[in-house]
Structures are given as structure tokens and as C-alpha cells.
Design a protein around this ligand. Structure first.
Ligand code: ATP
Length: 551
């Protein structure tokens, strides 16, 4: 199939903001795809990627390299490409304009097919080592020199992994159901278990509902973690649940640890594979759990003299690529396991209390670093004990407690009412930085104020506030450097950046405001911390903001 056909779909999707219409456009396209075409690859391309969500591979091309390649193909200096990006605010639109103006120097020797584009992008992602920059430029140049203006628009956006057509996983999932007449719940479950919409589309097309029902969890492939909502109060939450597992909420990093045969892999909540950064955890797991296939979840924290250190310390450990031995000594880790998703077979449909029971049976906690989360079973009869657990948690420098319904299954990716967190601190929002303004006076060299956004139901970003407080000089310096790295354009004192930096923001109140795209704004926003452990996919939604709004 020609790539232009996919481009036409992108254009149609760009022309509507309505979810149902977008779903329909994709469903109709799926039905048109011939059996000899890889629907799985097409599905990924519609999501703006070439790798399934469980993979931590990236294309890994920055603006600079792409700009050079575009300049070469269009026959203008790189500075002219940069000017166009600045004017248009987006590399895709800039390419479209430059390619429309381009004098026809190449006769299209061949038409771009979807396969060719997909394979070229994969080659691009695989290149590393010697002379890799030249090889990358030559692949991009080859692709773009065969492109029309509209093809160049979407290829360039796909290369930098910012497709911007307002299509999230939910829409593609519904489109698969619609195209192949499959119950939405079945598609949803298959997606939840495999975390691979390309595979889901492929099986839906070839084997229908019965094929999808056979898909299951696979050790080695991470699934999205089940997430928590905020508890309004210990007593209220426990009364609603009847019986709850109440556990210390540790302030570290969530790990999903997989064992498949002899291989152990460790993933973050963003599904990043960090096995290499934590060899002592691999060893600990190998020594403390049976040698069967399993998936366990837990929180890892950094400690000093046996006491928990703050979250930032553990982040340093995770991001570390060199001198790991030294880090192991300087920042000892402690693991607290709290869930079991797979043990010889999928366990997620079992009630939490059963999963915990098996976990307790199989984990050997004789080593100091290997623990199960501190837990008591809470009912209406022992609320005071749960309150004591909360107080103890805060005294010991942890974050609070988790309150989890004992009867519930594990639902990957869900942020529901059956798993709650009760913290000492007020609620915060995770937002992405989309722009900023240079400071004045002493802060003139820094970007002092950060324009932040949430996502709507189509995964489009909507601005919600300017955050300028809570930043010490070191953080300001770091953020200013990152803003430079991610800059799209600069006008006067204002910059626009790629949505890469995730901040956790506290605030005093949510107010309605026409000034921001979200229609709401945050009063007195304070940056609590940079969430390097989260990505664009993890930021909060307008829906959540609305649910927190008190009229
Ligand atoms: P937060 O910003 O509050 O950490 P989050 O968005 O990172 O929240 P949530 O699902 O809202 O994630 O909060 C639950 C998180 O708390 C888990 O992802 C996990 O990292 C952490 N956690 C710490 N201790 C536990 C525990 N005993 N059980 C479950 N999660 C725990």
C-alpha cells in the first residue's frame, strides 16, 4: 500500500477533533487494508510510533539531525529550515512548506510504500556506533527525497515521534473493535494484557474475538501498572471496600520484575528496561524467589544507614549507566514487593488477597534488602490500627499508605477506585512543559516561568498554568538547559518547546479561566519536583482536573 494512502488518513484525522469521527476514519481504513499488508505496522504508525508500547526502543533522532537532512533534500542551508520551524512552530508544517516550494530536482523514481517507510524508520532506530550520524542522515535523506510535501510533513513528525493527529490508544482500540466487529471489552482486555495494539489489530483481523481471548500476559513483556486514586479518608475508604489491604506507601520507584526461564528483567512504570542499572536487584530476586516464570511488582527505595532517602536519590541510581558498582555501595537499595501478576500462569484475575498470599509463600525475606510491603488487613473494626500504620509510615519518612480492595483483580493501566492512596501532602498534578518565559533581573539568564499543559481525551495538550515558584537555582539551571535542548522556537522572551519535561505541581485551588486552553487554571502553582520517571503518556488529564474542581 502506498504511504500516501496513510497520509490521506492522517489528513482526515487532522481535520476533525471528534473522537467518534476519528474512530470511524481509522476503522474504515483498517477494513481497506489488504491481507498481504501488515496491519500491525500500520496500527503503530497511526499511533505515531514503530515500536509496541511495551518496547523501550526509540527512533532517537533529534531536531538537529532531521534539520540537516531536510536542508540537504530541499537544497537550502540548515538555518533556513530552522527559520521555517520557528515560524511554523512545528517541523512537520515547516517541511510541508519547504517541500511545496522545492524546485523539482528529482524525478520520483519510486513511490513510497508504507512498508518502505516503516522499514527505513526501523533501520534508523537500529543504527549505532561508528559513523552513525552519516548513516542516519542518509536514510532520512533517501526517505525524504522520495516524499511529496504532505508525506514529508508526516514522515518528519514520525521521525521525531510527535505525530500530533490527536489519536491516542483508546481511539485505535475502538477502531479495531469497529472494523472487525469485536466486543469492545474483548479488545480492551487483549490490549491490557499484551500492551501491543499492533498485535491486537493483527489477531483481531485474522482470528477475530476467539483469537483475542487467547492472548495473555507474557513474562518478559511489561504491562502498564495498575494505578491509584486519592483516598478521601481512611475510614470512608475502608467502609466502602469492606476489607482492604493497607500498606505503607514507599517513596521510591515502582518496579515490575519479570522472570522468564533464566532471564530476569526489571521495568519502570514507564516500561523502561532498567535491568542493567540494578544488578544487585537481579541477584536479590534470583536468590529470593523460586526459579519459575513470574511477574512481581514492588517499590525500590534508596537507603542510608538503614533509613529511607528521598525519591530523587533513587532516580540517580536508575539513570546511572556507568560506575554502577560504586553506586551500589553509595546508595544501597531496598525492595518492598506488593503484588504478583504471574506465577507459572497469569494471576491477575485472582483477588488481591490471594495474590498476596501466594507472594508471601514464595518470597524468601531473610535478606535485609528483600521485603514484602508492610501490610495489615483493615476492616471497620480496626480503623485505629490502620491510622497507626499511616502515622508510623510518616514518622519513618515514607509517603503515607495504600488502601487496596482485597477482593479485586489486577487491572493493568487502570486508575480506579479499588486501589487508593492516602498521603500526608495535598494532591498534585503531573503536567508537561510546553513553553516558558525568560526571567528578569537576577533570573535573566534562566527560563523563570514554565507554561504547562494537561492532556484532553484525544491526548491533545491543553495549557493550564504558568509555574514559576518552587525552583531553586540548580533546578532552574537544569530546566533552562533542557528547554534549550527541546526548543522549537523563540519569540522575544518566550520559547516553545517539545513536550518532554514532566513536572509535578502543587497548587492552592483550581479556577475557571478562559486564558488557558484547558478552560481552567491553577492558583499559586508550585513545582514540587521534576518527574523524570514519567513520560508524556503519564501526565494528568483535563478529566481529572475537572473531577478535582470545586465550584
Ligand atoms: P504518586 O505521585 O502519588 O507516587 P503516581 O502517579 O506515581 O503517584 P499512583 O498510582 O498514583 O502513582 O500511586 C501509587 C504509586 O505508589 C505506585 O505507582 C507505586 O510507585 C507507589 N507505591 C509505594 N508503595 C506502594 C505499595 N505498597 N503498593 C502500591 N504502590 C506503592
Amino acid at each position: 500500500m502506498n504511504y500516501q494512502e496513510l497520509v490521506n488518513v492522517y489528513i482526515d484525522l487532522d481535520n476533525t477533533t471528534k473522537r467518534l469521527e476519528k474512530t470511524e476514519i481509522i476503522a474504515n481504513f483498517f477494513k481497506r487494508i489488504g491481507d498481504d499488508e501488515s496491519i500491525s505496522n500500520i496500527c503503530l504508525l497511526i499511533l505515531g510510533s514503530i515500536f509496541p508500547a511495551w518496547s523501550d526502543k526509540e527512533i532517537g533522532i533529534g531536531d538537529k539531525l532531521l534539520t540537516q537532512a531536510v536542508a540537504k533534500v530541499v537544497g537550502v542551508p540548515p538555518s533556513e529550515v530552522e527559520d521555517n520551524i520557528r515560524d511554523e512552530g512545528d517541523i512537520g508544517l515547516a517541511c510541508e512548506k519547504l517541500f511545496s516550494n522545492k524546485k523539482q530536482t528529482t524525478f520520483f523514481s519510486k513511490t513510497l510504500t508504507i512498508d518502505f517507510v516503516f522499514n527505513s524508520l526501523q533501520r534508523l532506530a537500529e543504527i549505532s556506533g561508528n559513523r552513525s550520524t552519516n548513516k542516519k542522515i542518509s536514510i532520512i535523506t533517501e526517505l525524504l527525497s522520495l516524499s511529496s510535501a504532505s508525506e514529508a510533513k508526516y514522515i518528519s513528525r514520525t521521525i521525531i515521534e510527535e505525530l500530533r493527529i490527536g489519536v491516542g490508544e483508546g481511539i485505535v482500540r475502538d477502531a479495531i473493535s469497529q472494523a472487525f466487529g469485536i466486543d469492545k471489552k474483548v479488545t480492551e482486555r487483549a490490549h491490557m494484557l499484551t500492551n501491543d495494539l499492533g498485535l491486537v489489530a493483527d489477531v483481531a483481523r485474522s482470528e477475530g474475538e476467539s483469537g483475542l481471548k487467547k492472548l495473555t500476559l507474557t513474562p518478559g513483556k511489561p504491562v502498564k501498572p495498575m494505578l491509584a486514586q486519592l483516598s478521601k479518608g481512611i475510614k470512608e475508604s475502608i467502609s466502602e471496600m469492606g476489607e482492604a489491604l493497607c500498606e505503607t506507601k514507599y517513596d521510591g520507584i515502582r518496579l515490575q520484575i519479570h522472570r522468564k526461564k533464566d532471564e530476569i528483567n526489571i521495568f519502570t512504570r514507564r516500561l523502561e528496561n532498567i535491568t542493567a542499572a540494578m544488578p544487585e536487584i537481579v541477584k536479590l530476586i534470583d536468590e529470593s524467589l523460586p526459579h519459575f516464570d513470574f511477574i512481581v511488582e514492588g517499590e525500590v527505595i534508596a537507603t542510608k544507614d538503614g533509613k529511607p532517602l528521598s525519591f530523587q536519590n533513587i532516580l540517580h541510581r536508575v539513570k546511572r549507566k556507568y560506575n554502577i558498582e560504586e553506586a551500589i555501595e553509595n546508595v544501597p537499595l531496598k525492595l518492598f514487593l506488593f503484588d504478583l501478576l504471574y506465577y507459572k500462569q497469569p494471576m491477575i484475575d485472582e483477588a488481591l488477597i490471594k495474590r498476596r498470599e501466594v507472594l508471601e509463600e514464595i518470597v524468601d525475606t531473610s535478606k535485609d534488602e528483600m521485603n514484602l510491603s508492610d501490610m495489615i488487613i483493615g476492616t471497620c473494626d480496626n480503623i485505629d490500627e490502620v491510622e497507626n500504620l499511616f502515622n508510623k509510615s510518616i514518622e519513618e519518612n515514607h509517603e503515607g499508605i495504600m488502601i487496596k480492595d482485597s477482593k479485586e483483580p489486577y487491572i493493568p493501566g487502570l486508575r480506579g477506585k479499588k486501589m487508593l492512596k492516602f498521603k500526608a501532602e495535598p494532591e498534585t498534578l503531573d503536567v508537561v512543559v510546553v513553553g516558558g518565559t525568560h526571567g528578569v533581573g537576577k533570573r535573566g539568564d534562566f527560563i523563570g516561568s514554565y507554561l504547562v499543559a494537561l492532556k484532553d481525551e484525544n491526548d491533545d495538550l491543553k495549557t493550564v498554568a504558568y509555574a514559576a515558584t518552587g525552583l531553586d537555582d540548580e533546578t532552574l539551571k537544569y530546566l533552562t538547559e533542557k528547554m534549550k535542548e527541546y526548543e522549537i522556537s523563540e519569540k522575544g522572551t518566550h520559547v516553545i518547546v517539545h513536550p518532554k519535561i514532566i513536572l509535578e505541581i502543587a497548587f492552592s485551588e483550581i479556577v475557571k479561566s478562559p486564558e488557558y486552553e484547558a478552560g481552567y487554571s491553577l492558583r499559586f502553582p508550585v513545582v514540587k519536583r521534576i518527574r523524570k520517571d514519567k513520560s508524556l503518556k503519564d501526565i494528568d488529564t483535563i478529566e481529572r482536573l475537572e473531577s478535582m474542581y470545586k465550584p
